[in-house]
Design a protein around this ligand. Structure first.
Ligand SMILES: [Zn+2]
Length: 277
């Protein structure tokens, strides 16, 4: 392989980048209709996710759900499944390609192929003020995965059983009445709620830093389809030092469900219109 630097290396590097997926033609999330409906919505349920555990919750299409930091800074790993068919689940990679590395108000959580439709729309985010910091970090990423016992074992030789992957697997197995072997393949890469992450500029490595979340901060979503949500209160706590251990201080996360006063004048998204030949 010839790895010698070409004489025109500087010019080659100077080529202007092109956005891979210009998103101006994405379906309009119609934030105005959602904003009008939200003040009249009433709370119908809640679920407190204990530290280093996960819980599943149902959100009917057309309802809102809110994840709130309570007691102390805490990161949450969020999975979404279609309640009608849990094989349809959140696709973090395509969501990242469409919206960028971190989600905030107006962005959507898309499902995988062959569905590729919005599962949820972010309607409120009290950490929107954070923006992108001097390290290139931001909040609510779709660039990480979920902490898992396999990678941890590979890197450390230790077995740790309360990783977000483990917690989500256990919670989904209980929710669907499945064995762990059947539930585990349905667990997928997450929206890292409240987590502050980025890539280092020099080595391009995934980094985390202590979450700026304060008790009372929340991110809220509108459910575009009938959903099962799974949320793990990450063993990393605020993810300021380490994860996959019992070292970090961890806190619960609160999930609340809100029903609108009446049906919204808003179409429910169907699966992708693409058809194979
Ligand atoms: Zn985790």
């Amino acid at each position: 392989m010839n790895s010698s630097i070409p004489s025109d290396a500087a010019e080659r590097r100077a080529v202007e980048p092109v956005i891979c997926y210009p998103n101006a033609t994405l379906p309009d999330p119609d934030m105005a209709t959602l904003a009008r409906a939200r003040p009249n919505a009433r709370k119908t349920g809640e679920c407190l996710v204990p530290p280093r555990e996960a819980r599943c919750f149902h959100v009917p299409a057309g309802h809102f759900f809110r994840i709130t930091s309570v007691q102390g800074p805490q990161v949450g790993d969020l999975n979404l499944w279609s309640a009608a068919d849990p094989q349809e689940r959140f696709y973090s990679g395509k969501t990242r390609a469409l919206h960028g590395t971190h989600l905030t108000r107006g962005d959507r959580m898309w499902s995988g192929f062959p569905y590729l439709r919005p599962m949820a729309t972010v309607t409120e985010d009290t950490l929107e003020w954070y923006g992108i910091d001097e390290h290139g970090g931001s909040v609510h990423d779709v660039i990480g995965t979920r902490c898992d016992p396999y990678t941890h074992h590979m890197l450390s030789g230790e077995d740790y059983h309360r990783c977000c992957h483990s917690n989500l697997t256990n919670a989904l197995a209980e929710e669907l009445g499945l064995g762990r072997e059947a539930a585990e393949p349905l667990v997928h890469d997450v929206l890292n709620v409240f987590m502050c992450t980025g890539f280092t500029r020099d080595t391009g490595q995934y980094f985390m830093k202590a979450s700026p979340v304060r008790p009372g901060d929340y991110i809220e979503f509108f459910a575009e389809i009938d959903l099962i949500g799974g949320l793990s209160a990450c063993p990393g706590g605020d993810c300021g030092a380490e994860h996959s251990s019992d070292t970090a201080a961890c806190h619960p996360l609160l999930v609340e469900i809100f029903a609108p006063a009446g049906p919204l004048d808003r179409p429910r998204p169907g699966r992708s219109g693409y058809r194979w030949p």
